[in-house]
Design a protein around this ligand. Structure first.
Ligand SMILES: Nc1ncnc2c1ncn2[C@@H]1O[C@H](COP(=O)(O)OP(=O)(O)OP(=O)(O)O)[C@@H](O)[C@H]1O
Ligand SMILES: [Mg+2]
Length: 1104
């Protein structure tokens, strides 16, 4: 198919996908179309926007993620009919058109409502909406509510292995982007009688079997349950293993689901404990007893089960036993306890079990709602999914079936109202040409049931509330009376009255002609079930239990909340909730899925025509097709329609000034849509085929993309331009700054270069000028000399003369040049030249200073401390430092030329200065005198040679001294020799040694501070010299002799010899101590000291 990018699903369609196109249209052709399609596993067929689904009873490969992708955002006429297409359409209407939606799934039990509704629709919606973390959690919680509610609310029936035994309506709430926020579940009348009784071949609610099969041994132990269904009377009546149901696996699924929803562990345990209590209640056995007053009573056959129950829920056994076996009647102010007979007690037991389970189920729904409820207050869009128990016809139909079928009747009414009645009425209202299509309106049946005065439910309530003897039979009698003329009501009494014999209608039954067929209801239990009474003793007993959940399930058991008001009956409760539900559905845009059951064997590929025909009839599919064929698929008020599609036409975009209707007309005409495809109503536009609507939607989508592109383009252009302008502005700013900076730099360089050049040029010019000046000076001098020689006169005189001749001398020109240069360059001069001049002058000054200093250096004598005066004050520190350095240098030079001998002498001189300087008056005189040591020419005289030969050691001092006589103070000369170890005194004439004093024996030496030459040698007491005592000697070289003696003695004895410089001191002569006292006097014989012995203890020494 060249040019076609997609092959139409109609091309390989099995039968007719949309039965609006069925030709010829008849019931047979409709059924054979369904059959043909079913045979090819095409289970979905449309009637316009209504989907017909035939239960395949086998898993088909049409629910894969790829299929989800395929149907996502695709118009449903483009692909094969599918539940996903309906779900997608509903979701997109919700998201894009902001219209709350509801998906109504109807069909009889086992037709596939739950599968389609809760599983496929919800999982599709979950798959196509947001993938964010928090959204995923919400989706998971919504999806996981299914297994939990199914476990507690579904059961195997003869029609369906997983039959919903409660009605469920779930509102899924979305935000404005179409992302799920949460939801609310409403539940309708659980078939609680199933807890205590079910017919052969059916099962109790799944959870009982799941708990026993899948509960871990530890849990069962804790709950005191056995893994055997036969042990429980509520379960044992049937074969438990429903085909294909894996209870153990399901139990795990339920537990996981509860965890995901947010049940705490303790909540899960409490729920399971309650389930266990219900099971155990069924095992309570009662035995009849006769009381003393002859009244029937009962008691527990055995208390083990009762004990287990009470232990599980924390209740006193006697309380529960009394509550089960007795009944307290309260009459005005009296309380009366009545014993129950066995039947009554069993009734009470079962009532408790049913109520307990029912309340547990309601609690579960509320708890799930708690988890999935929307936490934010933002505006929500809602998609409601209704999965209510399907229409049921059993062999024995009771109150539950009556209620279930009533509900289905109401749903059929909604369908009729919205698709058939309302639609046709609207065509007329809007002034369209319309030939009415006949259909069966079930309002009459609904009225029969729900009429508030003569309705069956009203009469049942009346009967229940009526005082006196009330039984199911009295109720039937009442019905026979009130409904005897009703076309859809039959009973044996009425039939008999009409003389019709009908064996299929027993006496205790009545029959209703429902939209889906006739159903015979057995009235047994109607009154009881409607009353739904639980003895107050039982609710009070339950409230007393120490089990949080159980206690909360029976709030009316609280004595403080005691109310004598009768609770509303089950029927009226159900009616109220159905009314609310219907109102709710009317506010939403309905999407229909009508489920058909192909066979009653739950077998795949089996299409039982009669069964399907019945369903086709009561579902009103033929009427549906007829209305659809003649009618219009879509309608919308002019304003919203124009708002939605006005962008498709230039005239209406962006604003249409005229009336909305004219705008729509303009739009459709411009788009060239054939006239037969639509019709104008008074307020709405009617579109015949969905295809046209989808075409419009496609066009709109493309146009919106285009418009979005224009907006994007404009925005991007604006953004880029803004950005560009900003960049440009920034660039100009940056370049301005940069240029300024570059120019500044360049200017600085040029300025620097100019100044440098100026400096050079000026220097060069000055040098030339200087040269010229020097030259002129030379010239001047030459001229002087020349003039003088030539003219014999002074230069001044000559100058004048010469100047007269040579008035254009270079000097003049130099001065001119100088002045001019200075004038011209003054402005540049200050900035740079001053620095250079300063540096030049400074260098010049330094140079001059150093040259002057060099030429005026003082003598090299270390004694010469002279130094030129400082020429410039700024050089004063340098000048001082140079003086110091120069002196040190002089000293160094001086030291370098001294010989070792002189050095030794100077050392001795230094030694002498340390001993005597500033202590003895003789010292300054001795300083310039050289220390000669040998004053006697020992080698020349033979007698001295002899003396020196007797002394082996080197002679340090050889001199003549005067020795003072100890007795009279007179002096006599002696030769004095000093060696390394001895101080020797020898006779001057004979040169014989008189005394040799070991240096060790000299303890100290005493001298005066005068300029005399007397000194005393103090000897140790144990000296080797004998006992003559200390020596008084006079030397002309006292300073030298004592210095050398002191030095030698210190070196030899390794002990510092004591030297006393005093004006008087004591000496020892023999054993006497004599005071030597120095007295200043005029000298008689030179400068020598004169001693006078004044007494034996004092000797005076006259000194100058
Ligand atoms: N689309 C499907 N594909 C495969 N099997 C299906 C499909 N729909 C239904 N079934 C099968 O049919 C059985 C009955 O379906 P379901 O429980 O949905 O019926 P129902 O209409 O909800 O009945 P009830 O009114 O009793 O609750 C399911 O357990 C399932 O095995
Ligand atoms: Mg169901």
């Amino acid at each position: 198919f060249p040019g076609m990018d997609r092959i139409s699903p109609l091309d390989d369609m099995i039968g007719v996908g949309d039965m609006v196109l069925l030709d010829p249209l008849s019931e047979d052709s409709l059924i054979s179309n369904l059959k043909e399609r079913f045979g090819h596993q095409e289970i979905y067929t449309y009637i316009g926007s209504v989907a017909i689904s035939i239960n395949p009873y086998t898993l088909l490969p049409i629910y894969t993620p790829e299929k989800v992708e395929e149907y996502r955002n695709c118009n449903f006429y483009e692909l094969k009919p599918h539940i996903y297409a309906i779900a997608d359409e509903a979701y997109r209407s919700l998201r894009d058109r902001d219209k709350d939606q509801c998906i109504l799934i109807t069909g009889e039990s086992g037709a596939g409502k739950t599968e389609e509704a809760s599983k496929l629709v919800m999982s599709y919606v979950a798959a196509v909406c947001g993938q964010r973390q928090e959204v995923s959690q919400v989706k998971e919680q919504l999806l996981q509510s299914n297994p939990v509610l199914e476990a507690f609310g579904n059961a195997k029936t003869v029609r369906n292995d997983n039959s919903s035994r409660f009605g469920k309506y779930m509102d899924i709430e979305f935000d404005f982007k179409g992302q799920p926020l949460g939801g609310v579940i409403s539940n309708y009348l659980l078939e609680k009688s199933r807890v205590v009784r079910h017919v052969q071949g059916e099962r109790n609610f799944h959870i009982f079997y799941q708990l026993l099969a899948g509960g871990p041994a530890k849990l069962l132990n804790r709950l005191k349950l056995e893994r055997n269904c036969d042990r429980y009377s509520y379960l044992s009546a049937v074969s438990e293993n429903a085909n294909g149901i894996d209870d153990a696996a399901e139990f795990e699924t339920v537990q996981n689901a509860m965890q995901i929803i947010g049940f705490t562990n303790s909540e899960v345990t409490s729920v399971l404990e309650t389930v266990a209590v219900v099971l155990k209640l069924g095992n309570i056995q009662l035995v009849a007893e006769s009381k003393a007053n002859g009244m029937d009573a009962c008691s527990m056959a055995h208390t083990a089960v009762l004990g287990e129950i009470c232990e599980l829920v924390g209740l006193d056994e006697t309380i529960l036993e009394n509550a089960l076996c007795c009944r307290t009647m309260e009459m005005k102010r009296e309380k009366m306890t009545m014993s129950l007979n066995v039947a009554q007690a069993y009734y009470a037991r079962d009532a408790l079990a049913k109520n307990l389970y029912n309340r547990l189920f309601n609690w579960l729904v509320n708890r799930i709602n708690e988890s999935i409820k929307v936490k934010s207050n933002e505006r929500k869009k809602v998609m409601g999914v209704l999965d209510i128990y399907g229409f049921e016809i059993f062999e024995d139909n009771s109150f539950e079936q009556f209620i279930i079928n009533y509900c289905n009747e109401k749903l059929q009414q909604v369908f009729i109202e919205l698709t058939l009645k309302e639609e046709q009425e609207e065509y007329v209202r809007e002034g369209l040409e319309w030939t009415p299509v006949k259909y069966f309106d079930n309002t009459i049946i609904c009225d029969l049931i729900e009429n508030s005065k003569k309705g069956i439910l009203a009469m049942l309530d009346e009967e229940c509330l009526r005082p006196g003897q009330v039984t199911d039979s009295t109720f039937l009698q009442k019905l026979n009376q009130v409904c005897k003329n009703h076309k859809h009501f039959e009973s044996q009494v009425i039939q008999n009255a009409k003389h019709i014999s009908d064996a299929t209608l027993p006496r205790h039954c009545f029959r209703l002609q429902h939209y889906a067929g006739k159903v015979t209801y057995n009235i047994d239990g109607f009154v009881d079930k409607n009353n739904d009474l639980l003895y107050r003793d039982l609710s009070q007993a339950m409230w007393k239990a120490n089990h949080k959940l159980l206690k909360s399930l029976f709030p009316e058991g609280d004595p403080k909340k005691l109310s004598l008001k009768r609770p509303p009956t089950a029927g009226s409760q159900f009616k109220t909730s159905v009314v609310i539900l219907m109102k709710n559905l009317h506010t939403k845009n309905p999407n229909y899925i009508r489920c058909i059951k192909p066979n009653d064997k739950k077998a795949p590929s089996l299409f039982m025509e009669p069964l399907v025909r019945t369903q086709v009839r009561y579902l009103g599919l033929m009427e549906n097709i007829r209305v659809r064929r003649a009618g219009y698929a879509f309608r919308q008020a002019y304003e919203p329609c124009l708002d939605r599609y006005k962008m498709l036409c230039k005239q209406t975009w962006p604003h249409w000034k005229g009336k909305a209707r004219d705008g729509v007309q303009m739009l459709l005409t411009t788009l060239g849509i054939p006239k037969e495809e639509y019709a104008y109503g008074w307020t709405k536009i009617f579109i015949r085929n969905p295809k046209m609507l989808f075409d419009l939607e496609d066009k709109r989508r493309r146009r919106v993309y285009e418009l979005a592109t224009v907006i994007q383009k404009t925005y991007r252009g604006w953004k880029c331009r803004t950005h560009y302008l900003l960049m440009r502005k920034s660039q100009i700013l940056i370049s301005a700054w940069f240029k300024r900076h570059a120019q500044q730099k360049k200017y600085q360089q040029t300025k620097q270069a100019t100044i440098t050049m100026q400096a050079y040029v000026r220097g060069w010019k000055l040098r030339i000028a200087c040269r010229e000046l020097t030259y002129s000076c030379h010239l001047h001098t030459c001229m002087h000399t020349h003039v003088y020689c030539t003219y014999g006169c002074t230069s001044r005189q000559a100058w004048k003369r010469v100047h007269a001749h040579t008035h254009k001398l270079p000097l003049t020109s130099w001065v001119c040049v100088c002045v001019q240069v200075r004038k011209e360059y003054r402005k540049y001069f200050r900035s740079n030249a001053s620095k250079r001049i300063y540096s030049f002058v400074y260098k010049r000054l330094l140079h001059k200073y150093f040259m002057d200093l060099k030429n005026n250096l003082p003598s090299m004598s270390p004694m010469d401390r002279k130094w030129p005066s400082v020429p410039y004050m700024f050089l004063a520190p340098t000048h001082q430092e140079l003086k110091r350095i120069f002196h040190l240098w002089k000293c160094k030079k001086y030291r370098e030329q001294i010989t070792a001998q002189r050095k030794a002498m100077f050392e001795e001189k230094l030694y002498a200065s340390e001993l005597f300087k500033d202590k003895k008056a003789l010292y300054p005189i001795s300083v310039p005198q050289l220390f000669q040591g040998e004053y006697l020419t020992m080698q020349k005289s033979t007698k001295y040679q002899k003396l020196s030969s007797t002394i082996e050691e080197k002679i340090i001092v050889a001199d003549t001294v005067l020795k003072i006589n100890r007795t009279n103070g007179k002096s006599s000369p002696r030769i004095c020799l000093l060696t390394k170890s001895y101080f020797v005194l020898a006779d001057v004439k004979s040169a014989q040694i008189k005394t040799a004093i070991n240096l060790h024996d000299i303890s100290s030496v005493s001298v005066s501070h005068y300029s005399d030459g007397l000194f005393a040698l103090h000897l140790n007491e144990r000296s080797s010299v004998g006992t003559k005592g200390d020596y008084l000697l006079i030397s002309d070289h006292l300073i030298e002799v004592i210095t050398k003696l002191h030095r030698t003695a210190t070196e030899t004895t390794k002990q510092k010899m004591n030297l006393h410089i005093l004006d008087e001191f004591k000496v020892k002569f023999k054993r006497d101590e004599v005071l030597i006292k120095f007295v200043e006097a005029v000298a008689k014989n030179g400068n020598g000291a004169v001693c006078k012995k004044k007494s034996s203890h004092m000797m005076e020494v006259m000194v100058q």
